[in-house]
Design a protein around this ligand. Sequence first.
Ligand code: ZN
Length: 246
Amino acid sequence: MIKTRSIVLHRYPYSDSSWIVKALTEECGIVSFIVKGGKRKESPFKGALDPLALAEVVFKHNPNAELQFIKEASVLRWHENLRADLLKLAKAQVMAEMLLRYAPQGVPLEEEFSLMADTLQQLDSPDAPENIFSRWLLSTSEAWGYHLDLGTCGHCGKDLTEPAADFSPESGTFLCKECLGVAAPRAKEETLAGFWTLYKGIPLQCAQYTENALISYLRNHIGFLKEIHSLQWLQETRKLCLPPKT
Ligand SMILES: [Zn+2]
C-alpha cells in the first residue's frame, strides 16, 4: 500500500460510473488510477479526484498493471479561488497538460510535484502576483535540464546590466545591445522587459509575452510533436480577461 499526496492532471470517463484519473503523485510520479463508482453522487472520494485538486491518496501499487486501484482519497486543497478565476484556471490547465505530455513516465517526479503544488497554492491566493506561471515555466525548464541564463549575453558572455536586446527561443540565449547591433530584434520589448523582472525579482506587469516566450522555448527543446491543446484556451481566455487597451 502506498500513501502519497497527489495532484490530478487529467480525468476522463470510463464506463457509466467510473473515471480514469491521471495524477502526479509525490512518491511515484505520474500514475493512472481507475476510480470505480467515482461518478456516483455518493462517491467516497468527493472532490479529491477533481482535476487540479491536491489530495492524499492510498493505493495498492501494482508495477505490472497500467491502471492502479485507488483505495482512499481525501482532499487537502481543492483550490477554490483558482477555479473561480478563468485566467488562473487556464494557466493551471496548461501546467497540468505540459506535465502530462512532457514529464518522464514511470519515474518519481518529486521536484515537479513540489513545484506544481507550490504554484497551485500561490495561484489560489486572491492576491497572487502576476509572475507565478512564468516562474513555474522557468523552474520546470530547469528541472528538465533546460537552463536559461537570464543574466548573461549568450554571444559575448558579459553580464546584462539592463533588459536584453533580444531573446531566441530556439537557442535559449539573450543578446546584449552591443551584440545585437543594428539588427532588428525578434523578441518583443514586453517579453524582454518581463525576463528582466524575473531575473531581478521585481513584479511582472504584462506576463503573457514572457509566458509565451518561455512556452516556446520549452517546446523547442522538448519537441513540437506533442501539441498542448489547453494553450488555445489560454489564448482565448486572455482576450476575454484583459482590459481593452486605452
Ligand atoms: Zn553581448
